[in-house]
Design a protein around this ligand. Structure first.
Ligand SMILES: NC(=O)c1ccc[n+]([C@@H]2O[C@H](COP(=O)([O-])OP(=O)(O)OC[C@H]3O[C@@H](n4cnc5c(N)ncnc54)[C@H](O)[C@@H]3O)[C@@H](O)[C@H]2O)c1
Ligand SMILES: O=C(O)C(=O)C[C@@H](O)[C@H](O)[C@H](O)COP(=O)(O)O
Ligand SMILES: [Zn+2]
Length: 375
């Protein structure tokens, strides 16, 4: 099953295509978009074979293709890697009508996307996500960037892709831990905007007997499961498409996509990126839900339901014991969503609904952090 959704903003419109085998349609789609310049394929090192195959197909369709691989992992969202991409592009004569193709997870999408946003003041970008997380979230919506030693994603730009092609066949080689990290953003999409998606995830978990001790596993040979999960992925993509179409530049609605990230990003950075982005978002979602309960915004049952669903998809919500709670607090106040010195918290009121609050008392946050279950 292939699903095509369209991001429509005041400045642009582009398709987000999700399905098994869609990467094979890349050359035709580029031609339809009128992208006939050279292609600069930036691939995660673990996707080198896919990159080679993709480049060969594009060359057979008369494209000039340059390829480069980037070391896997969060550390590649760095000035050094960005610089290496600029040297490669400029050194080999990139032109304004060319396009950058980002083949990999969110790290490659963010890094190559930012290079595309800035080289020659911007060239076309095509996102070819290869992780669950990138398919449902990172590849869509145009947020690109790198990390700064003082914080996550602090240097970046909005640069919308011309096309997102999410080939779910690529997920067959994704390590289970990375797949689990992707479920965090899928569940986030359910909590912030789509109670039906949350219910579908919960129903599937119940039907399959998935819980903390026996979490979700995707056996690609199970056709029925693959169909169900592909449908769920398409539904999660739809949430992202909807939100960024409403609010491209995060002036309002888009901040809801940051649910779980205020604390999540702080943990990611404090642990030196030892935990994955999705794993930290899961911990941050649990803390945010507990803040909402403490403020009387939702019933404690919401925390339990969210925790159970995260656990069923293999995600822990306890904070690592070595995490310095004071340091989390300090980092939160440097979050890029801080306005007039106030942290803007995305908090749930019910499954499928969140609201933004800038008046969360510090002692509530301290209590939630200090009462977090520890790993
Ligand atoms: N721009 C956005 O809107 C947005 C949204 C969410 C997250 N992000 C960012 O995305 C990053 C996380 O992305 P991610 O979870 O995709 O991680 P990632 O890009 O680090 O990829 C995860 C790991 O899987 C490997 N891999 C990727 N695809 C594979 C495949 N098909 N088969 C085998 N191995 C594969 C990679 O080499 C890497 O080791 C974070 O930096 C986060 O900040 C950005
Ligand atoms: O697309 C968005 O907007 C998001 O917030 C999606 C998040 O899942 C993603 O992690 C994003 O990179 C966070 O953005 P940031 O502005 O908080 O760095
Ligand atoms: Zn995220």
């Amino acid at each position: 099953m292939t699903t095509t959704l369209t991001v429509t903003t005041s400045t642009t419109q582009y398709p987000v295509v999700t399905g098994a085998g869609v990467l094979a349609t890349l050359a035709d789609r580029l031609a339809e978009l009128g992208l006939r310049g050279a292609l600069w394929l930036v691939a995660d090192e673990h996707l080198a074979a896919v990159a080679e195959q993709t480049a060969a197909t594009l060359r057979a369709a008369d494209y000039r293709v340059h390829t480069i691989t980037v070391p896997s992992g969060e550390n590649s969202k760095s000035f050094a890697e960005l610089h290496r991409l600029y040297d490669w592009m400029i050194g080999n004569g990139i032109e304004r009508r060319d396009a950058v193709l980002a083949l990999g997870g969110g790290v490659i999408g963010d890094l190559a996307g930012f290079a595309a946003a800035t080289v020659l003041r911007g060239v076309a970008l095509v996102q070819l996500p290869s992780t669950l997380l990138a398919m449902v979230d990172a590849a869509v919506g145009g947020k690109t960037g790198i990390n700064h030693p003082l914080g996550k994603n602090l240097i970046g730009a909005f640069h919308q892709p011309r096309l997102v092609l999410a080939d779910t066949n690529l997920l067959a080689t994704l390590p289970p831990r990375e797949l689990r990290a992707g479920w965090a953003e899928v569940i986030k999409h359910g909590v912030i905007r789509d109670a039906g998606l949350f219910a579908a995830l919960a129903d599937l978990a119940a039907a399959r007997g998935w819980h903390a001790a026996n979490p979700a596993a995707w056996d690609a040979g199970d056709a029925e499961l693959t169909t169900e999960l592909t449908g769920i992925i398409a539904r999660a993509v739809a949430v992202k498409v909807e939100v960024v179409s409403i609010d491209e530049f995060e002036r309002g609605e888009r901040i809801t996509l940051n649910y779980g990230h205020t604390i999540g990003h702080a943990i990611e950075q404090l642990l030196g990126y030892r935990l994955l982005h999705g794993e930290c978002v899961a911990i941050g979602m649990d803390a945010a839900a507990r803040i909402a309960v403490a403020l009387g915004m939702c019933a404690p049952e919401l925390v339990e339901r969210q925790r159970a669903l995260l656990a069923a998809y293999g995600l822990a919500t306890a904070m690592p014991a070595d995490l310095d709670r004071e340091a989390i607090l300090a980092l939160i106040t440097r979050d890029k969503k801080v306005q007039a010195g106030k942290v803007r918290w995305v908090l749930p009121t019910a499954i499928g609904h969140v609201t933004v609050r800038s008046d969360v008392p510090i002692d509530v946050i301290e209590t939630v952090l200090s009462s977090s279950p520890a790993l």
